[in-house]
Design a protein around this ligand. Structure first.
Ligand code: FRU
Length: 489
């Protein structure tokens, strides 16, 4: 594979070749982070799905492994999860611990032109290198639902059994099991809650402590929603905060309220790692950095599709309620090269403090103090023809990404867009952290309280960086820029 292709991400996971969509089966076991993914090994567009596989010791460097799951007589392999069966509840592991994958299989119903989706399991006794499909597959089906997929399984300590959350069209169904093989319906959630702008997919459910509280814990339900072709946003991910009693999830919010995981266009189907170590009070998540609206059309070469940076999820209590916070794990900072620092600079229209700085791979941390400027921010990956703007508009308190001139945009009419999200200044200040790779920008504002992830496909040589102000001045209280090295270096 050609990792030095001008659009090939250098610190985001991509398949060596061909198509990738959802992250699947993320689990940590015996020193390795496993990442499986929806993969078509013979084409750069979506097709018969397999589980591709990679492992990492540090979340930064990934080793590609052979395909883990191939289509079989029960169908192709759609999204799902994996767990460590520590106590051999399944009986697959002769009393030891091992890995069990739980996934959807899609196939045509014999003698019809309809397809069906049923859940299967497979186990591995050699740290995920080889997998055996369970002879009793499928383990769960419900022919009332034609969309019935993406099982995410976790061990529920209080009820001492496995819980599965599964997407069934316009709702999430919950099941429980003592052994991962037999599943009993528990409850369903969501037919009347949150956003239904698209089909529900890829749910997740987990508990997190509320930062700074004394022992307060909340349950988070993540639900991705597919592309509704009438809306510009395409596919995106929402979450709910509430309670879970082992049977039922109850939403703390009113049914019509919607919380978005990411306010950018390219973060979909994200779910969290099972059994991740040293993460007391946090969960590790990764998403597919793409959008079904144009996923099959993005202008990359022998591979198509990338993951987001892994993210550490926590819960923070804010004036408007409890919200998910996303941070870049410390491990990523291994990629930093020598940085540059500024303090207390007045940014005036028409000047560029960063003149002479260039880069395709870098991290920026900035703190602005609002003054008379009506807009300010960064222009990234610039050249005579190209720029991607990450800016803040003070009149209506909107953080935005403008990728209308970001490079190659003509593969889909809605790719070249400007989109924004409400961000109130904190004590008159706006804090931004940006991670820029060859074909993406991830913006973490408000200490991770607001995230925007976008792909961009700049033309070669678009490597300028600017800081700008319009309509007045803004104080740059602090700025650090770290050029990043490639994870392939
Ligand atoms: C989400 C999704 C899942 C499905 C998979 C198929 O992006 O549509 O619901 O399992 O992709 O590749």
């Amino acid at each position: 594979p050609i990792y030095d292709n001008p659009l090939r991400p250098q610190f985001h996971f991509t398949p060596a070749a061909n198509w990738l969509n959802d992250p699947n089966g993320m689990v940590y076991f015996e020193g390795e982070y496993h990442l499986f993914y929806q993969h078509h090994p013979e084409s750069t567009v979506w097709g018969p799905m397999h589980w591709g596989h990679a492992v990492s010791k540090d979340l930064v460097h990934w080793e590609h492994l052979p395909i883990a799951l191939y289509p079989d007589h029960n169908g192709t392999i759609f999204s799902g999860s994996a767990v460590v069966d520590w106590n051999d509840s399944s009986g697959f592991f002769d009393g030891k611990a091992g890995l069990v994958a739980i996934y959807t299989q899609t196939e045509m119903i014999p003698d019809s032109n309809l397809s069906r989706q049923r859940q299967s399991i497979a186990y591995s006794k050699d740290n995920g290198r080889t997998w055996t499909a369970y002879s009793g597959n499928p383990v769960l089906s419900d022919e009332r639902f034609s969309d019935f997929r993406d099982p995410k399984v976790f061990w529920h300590q209080d009820s001492k059994r496995w819980i599965m959350v599964l997407a069934a069209g316009d709702r999430v169904c919950l099941y429980h099991s003592p052994n991962l093989k037999e599943w009993t319906f528990a409850s369903e959630f969501g037919a009347e809650e949150g956003s239904h702008a698209g089909v529900w997919e890829c749910p997740d459910l987990f508990a997190l402590p509320v930062e700074g509280s004394t022992g307060k814990e909340k349950w988070v339900m993540i639900v991705s929603i597919g592309d509704d072709e009438t809306l510009p946003e395409g596919s995106r991910t929402q979450y709910f905060i509430g309670e879970f009693d082992g049977i039922k999830f109850t939403n703390d919010h009113t049914p019509e309220s919607v919380l978005w995981m990411d306010h950018g266009r390219d973060n979909y189907a994200g779910v969290t790692w099972s059994d991740a170590p040293e993460l007391t009070g946090a969960r590790l998540c990764i998403g597919w950095m793409n959008n079904w609206k144009y996923a099959n059309l993005i202008p990359t070469a022998e591979w198509r599709g990338a993951m987001t940076i892994p993210r550490k999820l926590t819960l923070r209590e804010r004036a408007d309620g409890i919200r998910l916070v996303q941070e870049v794990p410390d491990e990523m900072r291994k990629l930093r090269l020598d940085g540059f620092d500024w303090r207390d600079e007045l940014i005036v229209p028409g000047s560029n403090l960063l003149v002479g700085h260039k880069g395709e791979l870098f991290e920026i941390s900035a703190e602005f103090e609002l003054d008379t400027a009506s807009e300010f921010g960064f222009k990234l990956r610039t050249s005579d023809e190209n720029e991607t703007i990450v800016g803040y508009n003070t009149a209506d308190s909107q953080l935005f990404i403008d990728r209308t001139k970001s490079g190659i945009i003509d593969f889909h009419t809605q790719f070249g867009c400007r989109h924004s999200s409400q961000l109130e200044p904190d004590d008159g200040r706006i804090k931004l952290q940006l991670w820029v790779d060859r074909s993406s920008v991830e913006v973490f504002a408000d200490n991770g309280g607001l995230v925007m992830t976008d792909q961009l496909f700049p033309l070669e040589g678009s490597d300028g960086i600017e800081i700008y102000a319009l309509g007045g001045v803004v104080w740059l209280r602090s700025l650090q820029i770290y050029p990043l090295k490639s994870a392939y270096a």
